[in-house]
Design a protein. Structure first.
Length: 210
């Protein structure tokens, strides 16, 4: 059994489309980046905190956490606070290439055998109220470069009016209206949507969850 520690309908759709069975329990954590924290470290830390927050209530079940951030000029763009913040983000992205980083973390009860995961992963003991000997963890991240066309203030205003940017990192959805401004990506498309599906599937398969 797998629990997705996210309320994101996009992540849920990606998992369903990949034929992965799961239930949903969102994690409520503080998603503020730490001072001096790199974007990759931030995405992986938040994914890990989400997974662990849900795992504390379900220590016999595998839990998947994920966090997606948009990065430009070294600055992390999360979800916009309001329409003005969304407009600010879109102006930053217009006519430029930015990075989308999704951190993923799989935690679960201890297994008798665990295979190593390729690509930027690490294994750490789970700290807190649960003894480290009772739990398993894999943490990883994927990065995709996204190139956007230039768009004008009217484009920004009309796009914000659709409501699409307001719950998205970087204030846009590549699978939605904003697709008309994205001529190129370098990397995993599903990562930009919110979950690097191939990476997650490999983690789940080596864990024998799927």
């Amino acid at each position: 059994m797998l629990i997705l520690a996210s309320a994101s309908p996009r992540r849920q759709e990606l998992l369903r489309n990949a034929g992965i069975t799961f239930t949903v329990q969102p994690a409520d954590i503080n998603e503020t980046p730490l001072v001096g924290e790199s974007p990759q470290d931030c995405a992986e830390r938040l994914a890990r905190q989400k997974a662990l927050a849900v795992f504390q209530s379900h220590p016999q079940v595998d839990v998947l956490g994920a966090d997606t951030i948009v990065v430009i000029d070294g600055a992390i763009l999360g979800k916009p606070r309001d329409a003005g913040d969304a407009a600010r983000m879109l102006r930053l992205l217009s006519g430029r290439t930015h990075a989308v980083i999704t951190g993923v973390c799989l935690v679960g009860p201890a297994a008798s055998s665990q295979l190593p995961i390729a690509r930027k992963t690490e294994s750490k003991p789970i700290t807190g109220n649960r003894p480290a000997a009772t739990a398993f963890e894999r943490t990883a991240s994927a990065t995709t470069l996204v190139t956007m066309c230039e768009f004008c203030e009217n484009d920004i205003r009309d796009y914000i009016a659709t409501g699409e940017p307001m719950d998205k990192a970087g204030a846009y959805a590549i699978q939605g209206v904003a697709s008309r401004w994205i001529p190129r990506i370098d990397g995993d498309y599903s990562n930009v949507v919110g979950l690097p599906v191939a990476m997650v599937y490999a983690m789940l398969r080596e864990r024998a969850v799927v």
